[in-house]
Design a protein around this ligand. Structure first.
Ligand SMILES: Cc1cc2nc3c(=O)[nH]c(=O)nc-3n(C[C@H](O)[C@H](O)[C@H](O)COP(=O)(O)O)c2cc1C
Length: 214
């Protein structure tokens, strides 16, 4: 059953990676463990296979934002599909895996706007992203979640999670489509993802930023 569900992700992931043109890929990626402190905008992201990283770096290039890559304390397999059981356990169990490189609170406090990027992993953000969000007081800050994914079917559940973890923050977009069953993150195929605007790949970032007013 799990294999059946993951086959489409594999297909779409490969297709999405193939859709990136060579100049969208970063040959010398800027992926610092800690943000540089040059901007009041931060792009904080987790990425296992580079798709979210490329989107994060494009956002930073266009906005001048600082970049912070979230690293799992217990790293995932080089091919994260080899860690699918672990990822599913973390997502469905709402676990909080450790982060190896959490910035100090004063560093995060400097930012007014935080882009938060993750792959959809078993219908949720990578749980290390949740660990990051819960480590700070983000009240009053503007949180802009972005996801890469194999199939958009679980985007709403993943977005809802970020919003629930940052109840005192402002969000872009301000509201999400109604989550048809907020307590169920395991049933695929529900039609509540429509209308969530995402860049999809690095090539879509510039127009996405304009659409969301940044
Ligand atoms: C273990 C695992 C679970 C995944 N679960 C989902 C999912 O629930 N929904 C989805 O759309 N894509 C899913 N994917 C596909 C990833 O979201 C997609 O490949 C993403 O772009 C990877 O981002 P990254 O390259 O930044 O790691 C999954 C991938 C892996 C490895």
């Amino acid at each position: 059953m799990k294999k059946i569900l993951l086959i489409p992700f594999l297909f779409f992931s490969l297709a999405a990676m193939g859709a990136c043109s060579a100049d969208e890929k970063t040959s010398d990626p800027e992926t610092p463990d800690q943000p540089a402190g040059n901007s009041n905008i931060l792009v904080a992201y987790f990425s296992a296979t580079g798709n979210t990283q490329r989107v994060a770096e494009r956002i930073a290039a266009l906005t001048g934002a600082d970049v912070y890559r979230i690293e799992a304390a217990d790293p995932y397999a080089a091919d994260p599909y080899d860690d699918s059981d672990r990822v599913q356990r973390e997502a469905y169990g709402d676990l909080r895996p450790g982060v190896a490189n959490l910035p100090v609170a004063e560093t995060i406090a400097r930012y007014d706007t935080i882009f938060v990027g993750s792959p959809c992993w078993w219908h949720q953000p990578a749980m290390v992203v949740c660990t990051f969000l819960e480590a700070y007081d983000l009240s009053g800050k503007t949180i802009v979640p972005f996801f890469t994914y194999g199939a958009t079917t679980y985007l709403n559940e993943s977005m809802q999670k970020i919003y629930r973890l940052t109840p005192e923050s402002k969000h872009i977009p301000a509201t999400l489509p109604e989550d048809l069953d907020p307590d169920d993150i395991t049933t695929p195929g529900r039609p509540d993802d429509a209308g969530i605007d995402m860049p999809g790949s690095a090539g879509g970032v510039e127009s996405w930023l304009k659409r969301i007013g940044i």
